[in-house]
Design a protein. Structure first.
Length: 387
């Protein structure tokens, strides 16, 4: 495996941490900047929405720019956004910093994902995507405990200082170690978006949205679930988040390897089935800690094992528009996180947290249906992109 793929994984981890790293510090931010907890929570919501919407748009707008140069420019912009967050004296300035970080980070994650498979032979494509996905998944699941630890020890600004320092090192690393990566031959925007007329492509993206929504319905509220179902103390909750994070990070690598060995279709279907079943039985495992931990590990692995296989599937289905398909897949994933968190909040306000697990499982199983539609639709994207 090309060592540059692992460097792209590190970059994706650093960039991805910004999204959820303040989730455990909202009370500190609200108190320091004299805003409501809801307003502080909006800093996470706006980031996820911008991340999802901006990704495909920016990828299309920058389609003709050499990739190393583009990565460096947006890393500098990302650094600026985080510096603004560090020094922000008011909520409005902090919101501005978050918007800049989201816009630049949205493109940087996609650049890492689209460059990685180009650095390796086709037979290692799934593994390359999986390795970068490990960085993305690791940032999303480890960002919360990292931010919580730094925030409690120092202040809520400390996580942004860490990210700013790591971003500066990333800029140096990209400049010194990454070779030029020329953009793919430009495909007109109309032809790229026309691929969504293909049921195969459209329902693949719907699959990503549904399973990630199902995951987010419970994961966003994992802390109250653990408190309500198992009456755990803060130390044990931190341990469980760490275990889940390690499992999720490994899931990206496992999913990429399985995609290369078993095939993308088998991997996606098998992972969704196991994912849905595990989600639904989680409430029944909380009475026995060892069984719950095993279930938690499987949940963590499955939650991110699907992504690299799905992205390889999209590349196979529409190779001419592979970049935009990976971008749209990433957007579907982040829309799923936002929608799952929203509906999870409604559910938790009306029922016990066990209901979040059942609803999440149903949504994941529903994604199996949309994937079945995609597989049965046949590969009609060539026709769509050449009309």
């Amino acid at each position: 495996m090309d060592k540059r793929v692992y460097f792209l994984m590190i970059v994706s981890f650093i960039v991805g941490m910004v999204e959820l790293i303040i989730s455990g510090l909202l009370d500190l931010i609200a108190k320091d900047l004299d805003v409501s907890l809801g307003a502080a929570g909006f800093l996470v919501t706006i980031f996820s929405l911008i991340f999802a919407i901006a990704s495909p748009i920016l990828l299309i707008m920058t389609a003709k720019i050499e990739r190393k140069k583009l990565t460096l420019n947006f890393l500098v912009l990302f650094l600026l956004g985080n510096i603004i967050s560090v020094i922000s004296p008011t909520y409005t300035i902090l919101l501005l910093g978050r918007i800049i970080s989201a816009l630049s980070g949205a493109l940087l994650i996609i650049l890492c994902l689209v460059m990685a498979p180009r650095l390796v032979e086709p037979k290692y494509r799934g593994r390359a995507i999986g390795i970068v996905s490990m960085g993305v998944s690791g940032s999303l699941v480890l960002g919360v405990p990292i931010g919580l630890m730094l925030g409690e020890m120092f202040s809520w600004r400390a996580p942004f200082i860490l990210i700013s320092v790591l971003t500066a090192f990333s800029i140096i690393g990209v400049y010194l170690w990454m070779d030029r990566v020329e953009p793919r031959p430009s495909v007109p925007i109309g032809k790229q978006l026309a691929t969504l007329k293909s049921r195969r492509i459209l329902f693949a993206h719907i699959t990503t949205f549904l399973y990630m929504t199902g995951h987010s319905v419970l994961y966003t509220y994992l802390k109250p679930f653990l408190q309500e179902s198992m009456d755990l103390e803060a130390t044990w909750i931190s341990v469980i988040f760490l275990i889940f994070g390690i499992a999720a990070v490994s899931g990206g690598g496992i999913g990429g390897t399985l995609a290369d060995t078993l095939g993308t279709k088998r991997t996606v279907i098998s992972a969704i089935v196991l994912f849905g079943v595990i989600m639904m039985i989680i409430p029944f495992t909380t009475g026995i800690m060892p069984i719950f931990i095993i279930t938690l590990i499987i949940w963590g692995i499955m939650s991110w094992a699907i992504s690299p296989a799905m992205q390889s599937y999209l590349i196979e289905s529409s190779p001419e528009t592979a970049d935009i398909q990976q971008s749209l897949s990433n957007s579907s994933l982040h829309f799923g996180i936002a929608v799952g968190a929203f509906f999870g909040g409604i559910i938790i306000g009306q029922f016990t947290t066990d209901a979040n697990a059942f609803v999440g499982g149903i949504l994941i199983i529903a994604s199996l249906g949309s994937m079945y539609v995609s597989l049965r639709s046949g590969n009609s994207t060539k026709a769509s992109t050449t009309n």
